[in-house]
Write a protein that binds this ligand. Structure first.
Ligand code: XMP
Length: 305
């Protein structure tokens, strides 16, 4: 386990040393990894760091407001509303890997513009150890690891938490006094809710995924899963009043894991599952049914795409 008393000053000194008196930029996602990296880098170089949060429209419920509040102390914080641009880019895209590519490309376009405006020489990234392993192994394209450096020519890349596991990053977050909303937050994929809606990404499906994920996170907080969320699978029949309807099928997933590389489906009690079902169908009238995913990783992945 990481010794935070040692890690924090060392990391700050290393960042100062690497960046010198140049400018740097970091993409803040709202997750613990980028939040910790940004906070360490801000300690090292202050407003010469431009933290950029791109609202892709694929983020969790309340994420933009949380970011605005948590990082209000960083005067250089930039919040970019790119929701329409991402939705346009994703129109009719169904292949999961293509979805990731399109999101990665759209993200790079946003980020490139911001990096130029900030006159940034260095890129700070919240890459953690398991990200590097999965990307090197080519299991899937993690847009927070690939892409950016090949396209934007930075003098250097600084990855303050590159050797840490997620639980260690959380320890550092607590020691840095980051809000619980950040330090205790479940992991969230870079491509966001787009990999939690199967098939084409539409505003309607995103809204249902966003609301359902918030319900699942809320209801399962005390079960302490490593990650829990909902995904929009497709449509099936249901009954509303006297009518048969064609409504959305929502999968609920809750897993235990140390690093996301393997995971076990969590055994939840029936009452909890029923409460989730009744809230999701009650609060989202177009949802016809809710199913619980009992598959471990492997053979499944944690996310759906
Ligand atoms: P899978 O679905 O591959 O996910 O079992 C393993 C862990 O990684 C997260 N994940 C991502 N994290 N960028 C990220 O930063 C991504 O593109 C990405 N895709 C998946 C996922 O939420 C899980 O915690």
């Amino acid at each position: 386990m990481v010794d935070v008393e040692e890690f924090i000053p060392d990391a700050v000194a290393e960042i100062e040393n690497e960046i010198g008196d140049a400018n740097a930029i970091i993409a803040l996602s709202g997750g613990v990894d980028s939040s910790v990296s940004a906070t360490l880098a801000y300690r090292a170089i202050g407003d010469r760091l431009t933290p950029v949060y791109v609202d892709t429209g694929l983020m969790r419920k309340g994420e933009t407001a949380d970011i605005r509040e948590t990082f209000a102390f960083m005067e250089s914080l930039r919040i970019v509303d790119a929701r329409d641009r991402f939705l346009d880019a994703l129109e009719d895209v169904v292949d999961p890997e293509r979805k990731r590519e399109v999101i990665g490309e759209a993200f790079i376009r946003e980020f490139e513009r911001e990096a130029k405006a900030a006159d940034a020489d260095y890129l700070v990234q919240g890459t953690i150890y398991p990200d590097r392993i999965e990307s090197e192994g080519g299991i899937k394209s993690h847009h927070n690891v690939g892409g950016l450096p090949e396209i934007i020519d930075f003098d250097g890349i600084v990855e303050p938490v590159r050797d840490l596991y997620k639980d260690e990053v959380r320890e550092v977050a607590r020691a840095l006094d980051l809000d619980d909303v950040i330090s205790e937050r479940m992991p969230f994929p870079g491509p966001g809710l787009a990999v939690r809606v199967l098939g084409p990404v539409t505003e309607e499906k995103l809204a249902i995924a966003r609301e359902s994920c918030a319900i699942v996170e809320d209801e399962l907080e005390s079960d302490d899963p490593w990650q829990a969320f909902a995904a929009v699978l497709g449509k099936a029949t249901g009954v509303k009043g006297d009518n048969r309807v064609h409504g959305w099928v929502i999968a609920v997933r809750s897993v235990e894991s140390r690093d996301g590389m393997t995971a076990r489906a969590q055994q939840l009690d029936w009452e909890t599952l029923q409460r989730i079902q009744s809230r999701i169908t009650g609060e989202n009238p177009s949802v016809a049914r809710v199913v619980y995913d009992i598959t471990h990783k492997p053979p499944a992945t944690i996310e759906y795409e």
